[in-house]
Design a protein around this ligand. Structure first.
Ligand SMILES: Cc1ncc(COP(=O)(O)O)c(C=O)c1O
Length: 468
């Protein structure tokens, strides 16, 4: 028996997520969809407009059962996913397996070491599939996204020449701003691609900022503060027309939508595993020819070839094993959602999973907008219900006359985890007219959050408003 918040259901052991369980067998899948299809119906809600939670065929009960941390008492509504998500059992198992069975250095001639080598090769292929890279050698593993952005900025800073202008946005996380601003000491000049009042960055506004002096545009795929999605393919097109390169920060977007470096036509992309259901680690994708020419630090005996030339020292193998399993988690979810298609490719399965996630998350966004609107909160960014496809379920708001820290403290005492502050996007806070000291409250949801949790959040917020 799985007891979620606000709902209870039976899950047959066969439907628990497990490496060993062949849930993807066609008949099992069909049965699972049927069973889960009944289970996913949201419980009767108290929202004014329950259509906000239009029942999708998203297997939410199955998803939640896959994440052990979500099922441990006491009940807890976790709406701080933008700071790091929970991990499914399949990822725990992979990390555990690595530490128990092959916690050794790679590159040895003995079996355990060879297993580490094999894990890294497999993980590189998995992440290459996740981002649609042309080749696994375009994927580098490391500590986190920030250190990769800095590594590329250091390399680019050494070779600015006459193309010394860098375009930054006022919407980005500071990790994709400060890492470039530091190139001022190498003669870099900066211009700012600004968000419009509609909460979006428009590629048309980028055009006048570009010239034959532009070296690079650095922008996010989605705002970690207000959730807006950026049309990065359009940005890449105008950037390339000017002969410049585009560096994408995929950290906030990755758990919410499909990454496709070929469709985006970007040049570099950095991401963090811990935002996408893996442990703490980061990865970088770059066009192979660019990575090849990038000057990086490496010891003499490391060939000047990606990915080795970008991975100085030892990275955390168990977390890379976890990242590989996180891709498998998404793949298996996609296969579960691919009716009748037993031979679906991994990339197609990932596409199914992330398309379904996006759709389900849009219903969560609608629910969040509704409860925030009902309690009179000021929501920053896209609030128009007809435009929810331009955002992810990351809601930044303030409740009139109640400081953000007080709202999050009160929510915390009701076992609801959200965050307050500048969200590491101080320029965006200023742009929104907010103090960078107090900022705003951010509730950030992912696909394992539920309509019931949204209702509970809304009811608690109403109560806070009444009592303050
Ligand atoms: C949009 C965005 N970019 C970059 C980062 C930094 O990522 P990391 O902690 O992997 O360096 C974060 C972290 O929250 C983020 O949300």
């Amino acid at each position: 028996m799985f007891e979620g918040r606000g709902y209870q259901l039976e899950i047959a052991p066969a439907f628990h997520w497990s490496l060993k369980t062949d849930i993807l067998a066609h008949t099992a899948r069909a049965a699972a969809c049927q069973i889960l299809g009944e289970q996913v119906l949201p419980s009767k809600g108290t929202l004014d407009n329950d259509s906000a939670f239009a029942a999708t065929s998203f297997p939410i009960a199955h998803v939640r059962a896959a994440f052990p941390a979500l099922n441990r008492p006491p009940g807890f509504v976790f709406f701080d996913n933008a700071a790091g998500a929970q991990i499914p059992q399949i990822v725990l198992d992979a990390v555990n397996h690595h530490l128990l069975e092959c916690n050794v250095q790679r590159g040895g001639r003995y079996a355990k070491s060879q297993e580490v080598d094999a894990t890294i090769v497999r993980a590189r292929k998995s992440v290459a599939d996740l981002v649609n890279a042309r080749d696994p050698s375009e994927i580098a593993f490391g500590m986190n996204a920030t250190s990769f952005i800095r590594m590329v900025s250091l390399a680019i800073g050494q070779a600015l020449g006459a193309r010394n202008e860098i375009v930054l946005t006022d919407m980005d996380h500071e990790a994709n701003v400060a890492t470039w601003l530091i190139l001022e000491r190498f003669g870099a000049k900066f211009s700012w691609w600004k968000m419009r009042e509609d909460g979006l960055l428009h590629a048309g506004d980028l055009v006048p900022l570009l010239s034959s002096r532009t070296r690079l545009v650095a922008c996010t795929l989605a705002s970690n503060a207000i959730g807006s999605i950026v049309d990065v393919a359009a940005a890449a097109e105008v950037t390339h027309r000017a002969g410049a390169e585009i560096f994408l920060d995929a950290v906030h977007y990755a758990p919410h939508g499909l990454i496709d470096v070929r469709a985006f036509d970007c040049d570099y992309l950095a991401c963090s595993g811990y935002k996408i259901f893996a442990p703490h680690m980061g990865f970088l994708w770059g066009r192979r020819e660019l990575l090849q020419s990038l000057p990086t630090f490496r010891e003499d005996f490391i060939p000047d070839e990606p990915p080795g030339k970008i991975e100085a020292g030892t990275f955390i193998y168990e977390n890379v094993a976890g990242m590989d399993a996180a891709v498998r988690y998404l793949e298996e979810l996609g296969k579960l959602l691919s009716p009748g298609d037993i031979a679906v490719s991994r990339r197609a399965a990932l596409q199914h999973a992330l398309t379904a996630i996006q759709k389900y998350e849009q219903s969560l966004t609608l629910g969040m907008l509704e409860v925030l609107n009902r309690c009179g909160a000021t929501v920053y960014g896209i609030t128009d219900k007809g435009r929810v496809h331009h955002r992810v379920p990351t809601l930044c708001f303030n409740v009139p006359k109640i400081p953000p820290a007080k709202v999050t403290e009160k929510l915390a005492s009701a076992n609801i985890g959200v965050r307050d502050g500048h969200m590491y996007a101080p320029r965006l806070m200023k742009r929104l007219g907010l103090s960078t000291n107090s900022g705003a409250v951010r509730a950030s949801l992912v696909h394992y959050n539920t309509p019931d949790e949204v209702r509970e959040f809304g009811a608690t917020l109403d109560e806070i408003k009444r009592s303050c």
